[in-house]
Design a protein around this ligand. Structure first.
Ligand SMILES: Cc1ncc(COP(=O)(O)O)c(C=O)c1O
Length: 394
């Protein structure tokens, strides 16, 4: 039978990159490809304890349907935490708990995008955001980015000349894939420009608390004079991704649309998982756990940068992230990172070729390296193996 799928599904073919990445599942491969946290840092024993307590003390509620907005004590903790860390002004009524921030991305597409509407984004940008938005058939317009964030001159001229821009999607802290964090000055300039337009800003910040050094710059939301910034947050990188707990934080006139969409998508996020995180935050020092994560990742970042400096040919450029999980590599322009990947995978080392992080203007000479998920000796060995291939190809 010929099955007639909707056109949006026909666009969602499995990407060539995803097929390539299946090869990295072999445990012998040193993989810098995934974007995953270090599993040895998950607080397993503490979670066993809190799960037991939650089930013993409030099992009936923890296993029952819950409200769409989420578990109130958790919503409250998130609002307070954001206000303290990122100088926002959220109350419980501004928070919707989602299944990871990825669900927030999908809902953002559903709420704002009609076919042909425009999404402005950084170049490169987060691959799974491109894919989530793509389902709603928008047009992507990339705004060139440099070491300090989005180029403001270009943003301004695109906002002036582009019809139907529905939102600007940004990851200002230790971006996936580039590792870049926007400078305080660039953030201010950005907010000054966007406030002149009726356009929504989606500030996606899964990595902002994974900062190794330097002062925390102002969040976009802290400078939002007219309620146009929507924040997406998650416990995936500060706690663990498997519980799938994230949130959308926004003004109530916007959040109510997210709540409606969430209701029809899945009613609510797991009541047990929400209560577990909330209980964990009551019983343990959440910041101390983040400090442990940062210590390990910082060491891994240092080792990777050191190895790259020693081993990679001088023509290769790379970012020096001050936090997060990734760094970004630019090869000489004539090189294609997929060719490097093909040779590397034979030598049992992997990364993600960068081209799929660009919705339109695919730069084939780029690649993303993740440093959070490999022990230090394997990082050194993996970088040596990539360097051998690079030297050979150059
Ligand atoms: C920029 C960005 N946004 C969103 C997500 C989704 O995270 P989660 O759905 O686990 O909260 C990720 C995950 O890697 C990410 O890098």
């Amino acid at each position: 039978m010929s099955v007639k799928f909707a056109s949006r599904v026909q666009q969602m073919e499995s990407s060539e990159i995803r097929e390539l990445l299946k090869l990295t599942e072999n445990p012998e491969v040193i993989s810098f490809a995934g974007g995953v946290p270090a599993p040895e840092l998950f607080p397993i024993n503490e979670l066993i304890q809190v799960t037991k307590e939650v089930l013993e003390e409030s099992g009936e509620q923890a296993l029952q349907y819950g409200t769409t907005e989420g578990f109130n004590p958790l919503r409250e903790k998130i609002a307070k935490r954001m206000n303290k860390k990122f100088k926002t002004n959220f109350g419980i009524e501004n928070i919707l708990i989602t299944n990871g921030s990825q669900q927030g991305l999908d809902f953002t597409g559903k709420i704002f995008l009609d076919q042909g509407d425009v999404v402005l984004c950084e170049s490169p940008t987060y691959l799974a955001a491109i894919n989530a938005f793509k389902a709603y058939e928008p047009r992507f317009v990339e705004v060139q980015s440099d070491d300090e964030g989005m180029r403001i001159d270009e943003l301004e001229s695109l906002l002036k000349t582009t019809q139907n821009v529905k939102f600007i999607y940004i990851v200002p802290d230790f971006q996936n894939p580039s590792g870049t964090s926007w400078s305080p000055e660039r953030r201010k300039q950005f907010m000054q420009v966007v406030k002149e337009y009726d356009v929504v800003v989606v500030e996606d910040s899964p990595y902002s608390e994974i900062r190794f050094e330097g002062a925390t710059p102002p969040s976009m939301k802290s400078m939002d004079e007219k309620g146009q910034v929507i924040c997406l947050g998650t416990f995936s990188k500060t706690f663990c991704p498997g519980l799938r707990i994230g949130w959308v934080a926004a003004e109530t006139n916007i959040l109510e649309k997210y709540i409606l969409v969430k209701q029809s998508a899945d009613l609510h996020t797991s009541t047990l998982n929400q209560r577990n995180i909330s209980r964990y935050m009551d019983s343990y020092d959440f910041d101390a756990n983040i400090d442990k994560i940062k210590e390990v990742y910082k060491k891994r970042r240092d080792i990777m940068l050191e190895a790259i400096e020693e081993e990679f040919p001088k023509e290769v450029r790379f970012t020096r992230p001050m936090g997060g999980l990734f760094l970004w590599v630019e090869l000489p322009e004539h090189m294609d990172a997929r060719d490097v990947f093909t040779k590397c995978i034979k030598n049992k080392v992997a990364f993600v070729p960068g081209e799929s992080f660009f919705p339109n203007n695919r730069k084939k000479n780029t690649l993303r390296l993740n440093y959070s998920n490999m022990p230090e000796d394997r990082i050194v060995e993996g970088i040596k193996r990539i360097a051998l291939v690079l030297r050979d190809l150059l």
